[in-house]
Design a protein around this ligand. Structure first.
Ligand code: SER
Length: 514
């Protein structure tokens, strides 16, 4: 069954259970400044969980998500991703545990009990995963959930109890917080050998019983309205349903992996490093396309920095591990955009992606071109440094060296780390962090004096730019990639000047900037 069919069935199944279908929120939630990216289906429903909004009691969605906590695992395991889609059904003070468990079982197996004697009335909306390959976990203190699974006929040995790290959401909330709505959860696992809690078991669905409001003293107050928040990773579900062993072997990824492979110089190999690079590139290109389409532009801070990292990491893996053949201008990731559109052609996002494809191509291409320059200068220095350290028998790149590359050439720490790992070396993270902190302290000290008696020699570039003329500078790149505008100032690295000579490197401040 194709990934697009899984999306459709899931939404149709919960629609048949009276859940209004809600569209995916953006990857950059407009109304929630507390998070950088949407990381779960429940994010867009926070106000409903807290009881602040009451016009919905149920909902279902397929949500675009981005998680960056585990980036180094992306491409190395069968199921880690930065960008992924989460299927979810939600109850805001309406149905609770028993119903959530019963519907989850019905959707996955097409039956109403473990033995399969009672069938779903809507088998065409369900999957038909074999019961004997499923097992479940419950929170160690949640006798109620264990009893409900038992009532469905799940044998005792297929109901496992785990602690708050695995079976509470957010993880470890009782002992560590955060305060606010939280609850025990029950997870459904698929194991192709039918074993319980084996290394091959894949966690497919997380049913969260949001029933407590954690207080500052750590106590768990029961919520007046109990909620349900479920989340099932679409990519993992595809793997299970399509009977493959990795998300990268499903229909959502194979064309992308193959398209990336075509850019590679030389014959196909089965080397782990090649597989890793192809998978990571497939993941990162999807993430980059969706981030740009949702309004993020590569930059040096916040969301833009994450996007920049994703693009640069993919770019470098392609050049260093796959030895891809780039276009004349050094770009190659842009060539994968049509394949992202192809694998998403039956998804709910396709119209939006098609409308923004020019923006995506230009932004991704520009970032690649800019990175080529960074790589040339920073990468060359790094290679020399690594050679020098190796000849001295050292296996660690000092943090200060990594910081110099970052600070002077915009060469990201993570890439220094990757390059070091390829040579069997490590980078001193603590030294890098210390240097970064020191620099931040210096720049804060600099800006504190802005406008004060030391203004003349302590203004930061940003402060000075703000002082240029009375005009505001405006970023117009979300809509346009070209603009006719006014030049407001020329910075030669030390001061503002009236003119610059050919060949001189200067910074330009424009009234509008794309
Ligand atoms: N919020 C839970 C999760 O992210 C279930 O949707 O796993």
């Amino acid at each position: 069954m194709k990934t697009s069919e899984l999306r459709k069935r899931y939404l149709a199944f919960f629609e048949s259970k009276e859940h209004p279908v809600r569209p995916s929120d953006l990857l950059t939630p407009a109304n929630d400044p507390t998070v950088l990216f949407t990381s779960a289906g429940m994010n867009q429903f926070k106000e409903y969980f807290l009881g602040k909004k009451k016009d919905l009691t149920r909902a279902t969605s397929v949500q675009k998500c981005l998680r960056t906590g585990d980036m180094e695992n992306v491409g190395r395991t069968p199921s880690h991703h930065s960008f992924f889609e989460m299927l979810g059904n939600f109850s805001f003070g309406d149905y609770f545990k028993e119903q959530a468990i019963a519907w989850a079982w019905e959707f996955l197996t097409g039956t109403l009990d473990f033995a399969g004697t009672k069938k779903s009335k809507n088998p065409e909306l369900c999957l038909s995963l074999p019961a004997e390959k499923l097992w479940v976990s419950v929170y160690e203190e949640d006798d109620e959930a264990a009893e409900m699974w038992t009532q469905l006929g799940v044998p005792a040995e297929r109901i496992v109890r785990f602690g708050q790290e695995d079976n509470f959401w957010p993880a470890n909330a009782p002992s560590e917080g955060p305060n606010g709505p939280c609850g025990p959860c029950s997870e459904i696992y698929f194991d192709s050998d039918g074993k319980v809690d084996s290394p091959k078991s894949v966690e497919v669905w997380n049913l969260v019983f949001t029933q407590y409001d954690r207080q500052s003293d750590g106590s768990l107050e029961p919520l007046p309205r109990k909620n349900i928040d479920t989340g099932m990773g679409l990519e993992r579900l595809s793997t299970v349903v399509q009977g493959v062993t990795s998300d990268y072997e499903t229909d959502g990824f194979v064309p992308l992996v193959e398209a990336a492979r075509k850019l590679k110089r030389g014959p196909k190999t089965k080397k782990d490093s090649e597989t890793f690079a192809l998978h990571a590139i497939a993941d990162h290109v999807r993430a980059a396309v969706f981030l740009i389409a949702d309004g993020v532009m590569p930059s040096n801070e916040g969301r833009g920095y994450v996007l920049r990292m994703v693009i640069r990491r993919a770019y470098r893996l392609g050049r260093s591990i796959l030895d891809v053949i780039p276009s004349n201008d050094g770009t190659y990731l842009v060539q994968l955009i049509p394949t992202v559109l192809e694998v998403m052609k039956d998804s709910p996002y396709i119209d939006d992606l098609l409308a923004k494809v020019t923006l995506v191509e230009e932004a991704l291409g520009d970032e690649e071109r800019q990175f080529v320059q960074t790589l040339e200068s920073g990468g060359h220095l790094l290679a020399l440094k690594i050679e020098e350290l190796k000849s001295q028998g050292k296996t660690e790149i000092p943090g200060a060296e990594a910081f110099k590359l970052y600070d002077t050439f915009g060469f990201p720490f993570e890439l220094t780390e990757d390059a070091a790992a390829e040579q069997g070396m490590t980078v001193a993270r603590s030294g890098f962090d210390a240097a970064l902190k020191e620099q931040q302290k210096r720049s804060r000290a600099g800006s504190q004096f802005a406008g004060g008696i030391f203004a003349g020699d302590s203004l930061t570039i940003r402060d000075t730019i703000t002082n240029i003329g009375s005009k505001d500078q405006q970023f117009v790149g979300y809509k346009n990639l070209k603009a006719h505008t006014q030049l407001l100032g020329i910075w030669d690295g030390k001061s503002w000047v009236q003119e610059a000579q050919a060949g001189q490197q200067v910074g330009l401040v424009l009234e509008q900037s794309p």
